[in-house]
Design a protein. Structure first.
Length: 442
């Protein structure tokens, strides 16, 4: 392969940033308004999200003796955490979210030592059910935003429905007629196009961009010092374990793309780096991270496997995170446009869960029952949380969170029905993970 000069490294690095940008900023864009942050706080949250994505990426790519997979992988905020964070934030405040994130990051670093043992309790029937529940529970958020956002005077107006539909149609069209990189950034391009149309409709205001400064310094604990709640920590730990399993699959698939044989030590170092990144990210007020498979797909597409490109992407992300006007530009996206993009994005989460479940033997009635009960209970508790209104608040946080109660149901029923399969060899499980994520990045 030709040697890349600085200009090419920077350009290819910026391409990685574009490929992950929409996925990175959409988590704070969803969670911030849902837990009551104002425009200034939301802009800061997006800025710091980009900054800490850069730190997390550099930590993973550059690595050290005990941390980092040392492969061209980019880290960003995980969708898996959106629902739980909104539930925790609305019930206990943003400081409880951050306390749970710190605790879960430390737990990830500890659990990385025992990943092969933990994976036995999270086969495809469990992870598939969990991911499907997460996707289903997020669809109401997408639909509310598509209508203009709950409480907005224009909720359900024709203008909002038009913008949401336009954004959704643009994403579908680009995925139908484009391939490779253009398809990878279809969500970003659709958000930009929808916002431009909204501007000509008189819906978009650039006041927040004008008021934002050109540069700011990172402020640790900007939203307050973390508070620790057992039920919130358990919630985020379950999310973290699912993310660990997904990241393991991404590492294995990326190892194949880069023609590097990974062993258990490499996987442990990669997961340790993710755990450390989560803790560091919380100190700087960001959210949990996972390895972004869309960037692995970009590596496979471009055939550029050098780490320098992703190191450049990490530096670019950190620079963008120090420029408040960049984050302010993101906040002008109308809720309806954002909602239109959320529908296929969250729908893809459901699809990912179904894809995981495709490897499950559904000729066994026990497996049908596990999926039926876990998704049924998870969705039911999310749709009708009032059923648990008389329980103590600490218990309610668990049972009203459909993701957590559905996950626990899947884990327990899998133990009851599939105890023998749980003891299958870790090599078979790792091979399954690699195959799943190899399919995902094609």
């Amino acid at each position: 392969m030709e040697k890349l000069n600085s200009w090419k490294v920077g350009t290819l690095g910026f391409q990685h940033v574009l490929a992950m940008y929409a996925g990175a900023v959409i988590v704070p864009l969803i969670v911030g308004p849902a837990i009551g942050l104002n425009a200034e706080q939301l802009a800061y949250l997006i800025s710091i999200d980009l900054f800490t994505c850069g730190i997390a990426t550099l930590l993973q790519v550059i690595g050290g003796k005990h941390f980092g997979i040392r492969l061209p992988v980019i880290l960003g905020c995980t969708f898996t955490a959106v629902g739980p964070m909104i539930a925790i934030g609305n019930m206990q405040g943003i400081t409880a979210i951050y306390g749970a994130i710190i605790a879960s990051g430390i737990i990830v670093m500890i659990l990385s030592q025992f990943m092969s043992k933990i994976m036995r309790f999270f086969p495809p029937i469990v992870t598939g059910s969990v991911v499907a529940i997460i996707g289903v529970s997020l669809i109401p958020v997408a639909m509310n935003n598509a209508a203009g956002g709950q409480g907005d005077p224009s909720f359900g107006s024709l203008e909002n429905l038009f913008l949401a539909t336009l954004t959704l149609v643009l994403i579908i069209v680009m995925n139908r007629f484009f391939k490779g990189y253009m398809r990878a950034i279809s969500v970003l391009l659709s958000l930009i196009a929808g916002t431009i149309v909204a501007y000509f409709m008189g819906i978009v205001s650039f006041a927040e961009v004008s008021n934002a400064s050109w540069f700011h310094l990172v402020q640790p604990f900007y939203f307050g010092f973390p508070t620790f709640n057992v039920s919130a920590i358990l919630t985020m730990t379950l999310v973290a374990i699912v993310s660990m399993i997904e990241s393991t699959g991404v590492f294995l698939a990326l190892g194949d793309v880069c023609e590097k044989k990974l062993d258990s030590k490499d996987i442990k170092k990669g997961l340790r780096a993710e755990g450390l990144a989560v803790v560091i990210g919380r100190i700087f007020n960001s959210f949990p991270y996972t390895s972004f498979s869309q960037n692995v797909g970009l590596v496979a597409l471009t055939k550029v496997k050098t780490r320098n490109v992703v190191i450049a992407a990490g530096v670019i992300l950190m620079i963008l995170g120090l420029l408040p006007k960049v984050a302010a530009l993101t906040t002008i996206i109308p809720m309806a446009v954002l909602g239109g993009a959320m529908i296929p994005m969250f729908g893809m989460v459901i699809s990912s869960g179904i894809r995981m479940l495709s490897s499950v033997d559904f000729s066994k009635n026990e497996n049908l029952l596990i999926v039926a009960c876990s998704i049924g209970i998870g969705l039911g508790s999310a749709v009708v949380p009032a059923i648990f209104g008389n329980l103590p608040e600490s218990v309610r946080l668990l049972v009203e969170n459909g993701i957590v109660v559905g996950s626990l149901t899947a884990i327990l029923l899998n133990l009851v029905f599939n105890y023998k399969e749980i003891n299958s060899s870790k090599s078979e499980q790792l091979e399954q993970l690699k195959n799943d994520h190899s399919m995902e990045i094609i």
